[in-house]
Write a protein that binds this ligand. Structure first.
Ligand code: PHE
Length: 447
């Protein structure tokens, strides 16, 4: 067998996986979903989803990769003991590819705002002006340029390989990210009037718990934010040496990602409330509402630069994991070299993302399920493909992978391993199915 790359250190692996998990999902997506779905109540449902479904599945995905030492499709084939199981890895690769297409578009918006704030800020963006500014930008063709810049930056990292590219980049970028986040949160919490935002994040309105839509949104967010069911953790797990145990890294990644989202909420909502703006403004929260906040805030231009810089860094460490899924697929199945595979994956991802980049401009008329292209891609992946693929992965690990081997490879002590195996076999698939069916209105007595 040919030589396969590995992480240079345990901490490098954890940082890289955390880098994959922490991304636009924690800041842009989490904050607008929480804003729309009842604030703290959403957080409670989200925590339940992470603990009951996300964590067991994360361990499962890491264990598949670490045991097989192969990319997604090859890994399922090896553990299933037959080539036909390769198919079980296909949804992961497809999911990664779709996200790889539209994710750099949003990251590109952040990059453009970052550059604009560095250059002195977009002027006074209070009221309508902030909205016009953003809509004019996404309505043009320039988002493609910024999208391409994000893809290019990710390509340069992934080309460098597992240790010298991905691990080295995360080692530098993750501490930077933590520093930016803490500084920003401390600053916005010090603003007068900000505590209404804190109680919005921490004081639940329990009636939201009865709404199936809130559960589906939280479940989709848990998958998206933890980078589950897209082959990303699987491929990162496959670079972990067989001698290493996975439970603690999995726990660290899940907790780290969740804490990051909560602190991001503590950075965004206090600022939103301090200036009397609407927390439930949807996907544009980060790009319209926040610039309004910065326009009114002392030192707003520097804060704006830091905020969008944070988004860019967080997005790049995630994009590289998506790119790696596709690149590894090409390397291991078509025998391509890393430079070629990463280039091909980047170009294909970029092209597939162009319709998303133009979906607020020339393609604004194109609607899928009543949504624009970018929103439709995001919704389709998070609320349908990922949960379904989550069921598939759970059933595979629970029923197809040899039980004794799966438990051993989980690295848990026998009792805990049995609990984990049970939850992967029964609890996770049933819960996911329940939430999916419920939200589709296929279960009676909904809401
Ligand atoms: N977890 C990332 C985020 O929260 C998104 C992502 C999903 C990245 C899957 C890689 C793989 O932004």
């Amino acid at each position: 067998m040919s030589y396969r790359e590995q992480w240079d250190s345990d901490s490098g692996f954890i940082l890289a996986a955390l880098g994959s998990a922490v991304g636009l999902g924690n800041v842009w997506r989490f904050s607008y979903l929480a804003g729309e779905n009842g604030g703290a109540a959403f957080l409670v449902v989200y925590l339940v989803c992470v603990a009951a479904i996300g964590l067991p599945l994360m361990l499962a995905e890491l264990a598949i990769g670490r045991t097989a030492q192969l990319e997604a499709t090859g890994a399922f084939a090896r553990l299933g003991g037959a080539p036909r199981w390769r198919l079980a890895g296909v949804p992961s690769v497809i999911g990664a590819f779709i996200v790889l297409a539209y994710y750099p578009v949003i990251a590109g918006w952040a990059l453009r705002f970052f550059v604009e704030y560095l250059a002195g800020g977009p002027g006074t963006l209070s009221g309508e002006a902030a909205e016009r500014h953003f809509l004019a930008f996404i309505g043009s063709a320039t988002p493609m340029f910024w999208q391409a810049s994000i893809v290019l930056a990710s390509l340069l990292i992934v080309r460098g390989g597992v240790g010298h590219g991905i691990e080295a980049a995360n080692r530098f970028l993750m501490p930077l990210l933590a520093l930016l986040l803490c500084t920003l949160a401390a600053y916005t919490l010090s603003l007068p009037g900000s505590w209404a935002g804190v109680s919005f994040v921490f004081a639940p309105d329990w009636s939201a718990l009865g709404e199936p839509g809130v559960w589906l949104a939280a479940l989709g967010q848990a998958f998206f934010s933890l980078s589950l069911a897209m082959g990303a953790l699987l491929i990162y797990g496959s670079y972990v040496p067989s001698s290493r145990r996975l439970p603690l890294p999995a726990l660290a990644i899940a907790i780290g990602d969740t804490v990051f989202s909560m602190v991001a909420g503590l950075m965004i909502f206090p600022a939103v409330f301090a200036f009397g703006l609407d927390p439930a403004s949807g996907p544009t929260l980060a790009f319209i509402t926040m610039p309004r906040v910065f326009a009114q805030m002392p030192g707003g231009i520097a804060v704006g630069a830091a905020f969008f810089g944070l988004l860019v860094v967080a997005a790049i460490t995630s994009t590289i994991s998506l790119l790696e899924v596709i690149a590894a697929f090409l390397m291991e199945n078509l025998g391509m070299t890393r430079p070629r595979a990463s280039l091909l994956a980047s170009v294909a991802g970029f092209l597939a993302g162009v319709p998303a980049a133009l979906s607020f401009g020339v393609l604004a008329q194109v609607r899928l399920w009543g949504l624009g292209v970018l929103d439709a891609m995001d919704r389709f992946v998070s609320n349908l493909l990922l949960p379904l693929n989550g069921i598939l992965i759970a059933l595979f690990v629970g029923w197809i992978w040899h039980a004794a081997e799966a438990r051993r490879e989980s690295g848990l002590r026998p009792r805990l391993a049995a609990c984990w195996h049970w939850s992967i076999r029964w609890l996770a698939p049933c819960l996911i199915a329940l939430i999916l069916l419920h939200s589709l209105g296929l279960l009676g007595a909904a809401g």
